[in-house]
Design a binder for this molecule. Structure first.
Ligand code: NI
Length: 315
């Protein structure tokens, strides 16, 4: 497998500590201003047309003059002058009854972050990407208006930088899943630090940064040395409390059931966007969780501020 792209220099690491990617959704355009205004115009236009038609009919009925020879009735009717005084423009029109003022559409700023102290929030998390199915998953999330969190491998970001950038640009949170997906507890500490730092650097280079980089160790495996290494870098350890085992079952129904049945308020749900069956399960998972009253959020929204080296499994 060609997972191992060239690692970035660690020169940016010092500035990278303590950062995370969580982009604010782009501002929406107000959609109702023109429509509201257009209704008023259309109403006036309708009234004038009705008056005009009534005036024509009445004029025709009152004149009773003989029709000029050779002129068809329709043409004659149209040419009859209209004298209805109410159609004359007046300098000062009678004040119209004030229409109820339409509420001004507010310019829509970024939607306020959901308050997970009040709402039943859950976070969908996807590990090991980006990969060939990530684009499809992003399409699904966009169509459903749902934001998720992606724990990416540095080697995969090197391979699919555009997908990583798109993920961030569409308002999802990105965290680090180390560079090569080797267990950090079975390598020298210097090598583990390099796995962590090189991924932080490529996240900065590829998607920009803001806040502490959330870290999820490969296989969820960490020891005190790994935890302290992360703490020195300002990075929390983010695990999960709902394991769909999607990598093992590779089944839409089983993955969906495990995600939905396992969820409780504050849950972190573990999935992998490198499996086609997982990506196929996501629309149903979202529908079921929302029908059950859950609000789907990113991990920064679910957890709020995090502590360096602290271990999180749920809110
Ligand atoms: Ni993984």
């Amino acid at each position: 497998m060609a997972w191992h792209g060239a690692r970035p220099s660690a020169a940016l690491v010092a500035t990278a500590f303590g950062m995370l990617v969580a982009l604010v959704p782009s501002t929406l355009t107000p959609a109702h201003a023109d429509a509201t205004h257009g209704t008023g115009v259309a109403l006036r236009s309708t009234v004038s047309t009705a008056d005009l038609a009534a005036g024509s009919a009445s004029t025709v009925a009152q004149t009773g003059a003989p029709r000029p020879a050779g002129v068809e009735p329709a043409a004659w009717t149209v040419l009859t002058p209209i004298t209805a005084p109410e159609l004359e423009p007046t300098a000062e029109p009678a004040p119209e009854p004030a229409p109820a003022p339409a509420p001004e559409p507010e310019p829509t700023p970024a939607a306020p972050a959901p308050d997970c102290a009040v709402l039943a929030c859950v976070a969908l998390t996807f590990d090991d990407g980006p990969g060939p199915y990530t684009g499809t998953l992003l399409n699904t999330l966009a169509a459903k208006g749902v934001k998720a969190t992606f724990f990416v491998l540095g080697s995969r970001v090197a391979q699919f930088p555009d997908l990583a950038a798109r993920t961030a640009a569409e308002g999802h949170a990105l965290g680090s899943h180390a560079w090569s997906h080797q267990s950090l507890t079975s390598m020298p500490v210097e090598q583990a630090a390099d796995e962590i730092d090189s991924t932080t650097v490529i996240l900065i280079q590829t998607v920009g940064i803001g806040g502490p980089v959330l870290f999820r160790p490969p296989y969820g495996a960490f020891d005190e040395q790994v935890r302290l290494t992360l703490a020195e870098r300002g990075q929390p350890v983010v695990l999960w409390d709902v394991d769909t085992e999607d990598w093992k079952n590779r089944d839409v129904g089983v993955t969906t059931h495990r995600a939905v049945a396992g969820a409780s308020p504050g849950s972190i749900i573990l999935m992998h966007d490198i499996h086609e069956s997982t990506v196929a399960a996501v629309p149903g998972i979202i529908d079921h969780l929302q029908a059950a009253g859950y609000t789907l959020v990113t991990l920064p929204e679910l957890l709020g501020p995090t502590e360096p080296g602290q271990v999180y499994r749920s809110r």
